[in-house]
Design a protein around this ligand. Structure first.
Ligand SMILES: C[S@@+](CC[C@H](N)C(=O)[O-])C[C@H]1O[C@@H](n2cnc3c(N)ncnc32)[C@H](O)[C@@H]1O
Length: 503
């Protein structure tokens, strides 16, 4: 039996019996069996939110993180049984397992020498454990796809024959949603986001391996000729070679070493050659597409990455029962991420553009349907509503909102810089009205920093700037401002002269 198969079998075997034992026992059991399989995981995260991602990793996996000099990357060590949980992190875009890290790589002086070194490097690298992890990861993904198909079919069957629970029982072998083993896992992971992803990843392996023979498992783990490609991501000015040259020559050596087949588009293994100044990291990709695409099916012109939305929400530390509003929600990326991750809060998504409200509503519906298919039963819904409104005149009571998180029009693709000079002061003023004095907070993203700073300076008695995170949004240098609402009660401008009553 190959080491890889052994590792995969250990994971599956342990999962099979989790029904009968406590989660704690299982964890220590898996821990003992796969002690040898500890690897370093690299993750790309939204630039500026490296610390947020590191905090999430520490909180959910108990691992401490190294934040790379190369902005937007973090590294942490895990034992293989935590792999499913790694995929559940909300702040990471792409994941890879590290083959080797050179903190201070000595590049030779000429291009020929550097490329020759890369060629020679391929056979010296410790590929074995990272490849095992890649293979286990691949088997998770295969099972996820398989499970999805089964659930989609069974949910279709349910609608077709209208028999509900009765037909579920007949089809018991294939069902995951109601099984004791599944609910065991769900109990363990109280967090709804973890629930969702772990029930798909670990739960799928767990449920489907029950009716899987040893042979089919072996099929999946037997060595074969993989199709691969090398991707070189390079930053730094002092290199005498191009990314393409490095990928080409290193890739040629990887091909000779493993006897794999190079395929730039239809590959199984993606080897990463990440170079940042003198730091060189070789890795194997664990994600095919960025995890930030998780929530959105109906995209708009400026849809925010869900990972960035998560980072913004985390900045304001939501507490249970908080009312969280995105008054310029677009496709709803922020409140939808909020409703899935902070389901003990209530989220309101609003926009003045009916097309945007429509997209947000469709995204909410798609997510509900996805949850329903996954769980194979009626979903509990999401604590979120979508409304059409104008941010300058919100249909919300004064002091009724705990948190405002929004991505403001930059004035480039959305709105105009000229319009922002009126919009920003007006919306900051309305936000200060609806936001609870003393405890309220706001996290606002904009690239129009000049206009924002000017607008904020006019409302210094209402908002205190606590922190600024500098982020890169599609090449634009933008800022995320964390503001705290002062204790000053809101008084409508006209009221200040003894006019209208505050709303
Ligand atoms: C940068 S986009 C938000 C994108 C959003 N985060 C997403 O993921 O799709 C800004 C949004 O502000 C909305 N907006 C502009 N002026 C507004 C106003 N006066 N009231 C409400 N929304 C407004 C626009 O319609 C646009 O959808």
């Amino acid at each position: 039996m190959s080491n890889t198969q052994e590792a995969a079998d250990q994971l599956l075997d342990v999962n099979l019996h989790e029904n009968e034992r406590s989660q704690r026992e299982i964890e220590s059991d898996v821990g003992k069996k796969s002690e040898h399989l500890c690897v370093t995981i690299g993750a790309t995260v939204p630039t500026g939110f490296e610390q947020t991602a590191a905090d999430e990793v520490r909180e959910k996996l108990g691992s401490s993180c190294r934040i790379s000099k190369d902005r937007g990357k973090i590294y942490f060590d895990i034992a293989v049984e935590s792999l499913a949980q790694v995929h559940c992190l909300r702040s990471v875009d792409n994941l890879f397992v590290v083959v080797q890290e050179f903190k201070d790589y000595q590049f030779k002086n000429t291009k020929e020498e550097v490329l020759k070194d890369f060629e020679e490097l391929a056979e010296k690298l410790p590929w074995s454990d990272p490849l095992k992890v890649w293979q286990i990861n691949t088997s998770f993904k295969k099972k996820k796809t398989k499970r999805k198909k089964i659930n989609q079919n069974s949910s279709k069957e349910k609608t077709d024959n209208g028999q509900g629970d009765e037909s579920d029982e007949k089809d018991g072998k294939k069902k995951l949603g109601n099984s004791a083993s599944d609910s065991h896992i769900l109990d363990y992971y109280e967090n709804p986001a973890i629930k969702e992803e772990v029930s798909t990843l670990v739960g799928d392996v767990l449920a489907s391996c029950k009716d899987e023979t040893d042979e089919s498992l072996r099929e999946e783990t037997e060595p074969q000729v993989w199709k691969f490609r090398v991707t070189c991501n390079r930053a730094g000015e002092k290199h005498c070679f191009t990314s393409n040259e490095a990928a080409r020559d290193f890739g040629g050596a990887v091909q000779d070493y493993f006897k794999w087949k190079a395929d730039m588009t239809n590959f199984d293994v993606e080897v990463l050659l990440n170079i940042h100044d003198n730091e060189v990291i070789i890795g194997i990709a664990l994600t095919e597409e960025s995890l930030h695409r998780r929530n959105i099916t109906h995209f708009g012109p400026t849809t925010l990455r869900s990972t960035l939305a998560y980072g913004m929400l985390r900045l304001c530390e939501p507490k249970p029962t908080d009312i969280i509003v995105d008054p310029m929600c677009g496709t709803g990326a922020i409140p939808i991420e909020g409703a899935t991750e902070w389901s003990n809060c209530y989220h309101i998504a609003g926009d003045n553009n009916p097309l945007a409200v429509n997209r947000a509503s469709n995204n909410i519906s798609s997510l509900l349907t996805k949850n329903q298919i996954k769980e194979g039963k009626t979903s509990w819904g999401l604590p979120i509503d979508a409304v059409q409104w104008d941010i300058c005149n919100l249909p919300l009571r004064t002091g009724s909102v705990d948190i405002i998180v929004t991505d403001m029009p930059f004035g480039k693709r959305m709105g105009s810089k000229k319009r922002n000079w009126n919009l920003y002061p007006a919306c900051l003023q309305e936000m200060s009205r609806v936001c609870r004095p003393e405890t309220g907070r706001a996290v606002l993203l904009t690239q129009d920093k000049k206009c924002f700073t000017k607008a904020l300076s006019g409302l210094g008695h209402m908002w205190r700037k606590v922190h600024t995170v500098w982020v890169n949004i599609g090449g634009l240098h933008a800022a995320v401002y964390l503001l705290k609402r002062t204790s000053q009660a809101f008084v409508h401008p006209s009221e200040q002269d003894g006019g209208r009553h505050p709303r």
